[in-house]
Design a protein around this ligand. Structure first.
Ligand SMILES: [Zn+2]
Length: 194
């Protein structure tokens, strides 16, 4: 029998942007969780403000360009005005927005992985299925999550994956270096555990 567990990944920070600072040459910008809005008549521009981790130089990530106010969801626009942190985080993790800005996310972020439906280690089943979920689009790899949660080295995780003791999304060939994004499914067969 295959029991399903849920690991909810809760990021403790937003990913840094890898970009050379024009002022100090540092390569790391941190999200300030603040928006900048520029409105001209009915058209608005919205940016998410980042700061160089070394010198506080700012870089703005473009969120909306010359958008008619009537086309923006009222709650979202209020979120921009009030610097809603959850909204800022959703954009800070949004791969396509970051890509449109020709920026790159650093994949190293501190996360907490919370067990729902109890701890899998107490399972008496030899095969368990884990649903990994995240509210934000995580840039970290599946391998990193497994290393952290199972307390194993990268090589140990790779070996278990090779032996099909760990299978991602039901596909033995699915890559461990794939980004978690909003989640994935992991099957673990303890009879093949070494
Ligand atoms: Zn700087």
């Amino acid at each position: 029998m295959c029991v399903e567990y849920v690991w909810k990944i809760i990021p403790k920070e937003t990913p840094a942007i890898e970009m050379i600072c024009t002022r100090c040459n540092n390569n790391r910008f941190i999200c300030s969780d603040k928006f900048r809005i520029n409105s001209n008549k009915k058209l608005s521009d919205v940016w998410l403000i980042y700061k160089c981790s070394h010198c506080d130089n700012t870089w703005n990530m473009n969120i909306l360009t010359r958008k008619n106010l009537s086309h923006i969801d009222h709650h979202v626009f209020c979120g921009f005005q009030e610097n809603n942190v959850d909204l800022a985080w959703h954009y800070a993790f949004n791969k396509s927005i970051v890509k449109c800005n020709k920026a790159r996310l650093n994949s190293h972020i501190n996360v907490e992985i919370v067990d729902h439906q109890g701890n899998y280690l107490h399972s008496i089943d030899s095969v368990i299925s884990v649903l990994v979920t995240s509210e934000y689009e995580l840039p970290m790899t599946i391998k990193k999550v497994l290393q952290q949660k199972l307390n194993l080295s990268a090589n140990q995780v790779a070996k278990l994956h090779q032996e099909a003791a760990i299978v991602i999304n039901g596909d033995k060939n699915d890559d461990l270096s794939k980004k978690i994004g909003f989640g994935c499914k992991i099957a673990m067969d303890f009879t093949k555990w070494i």
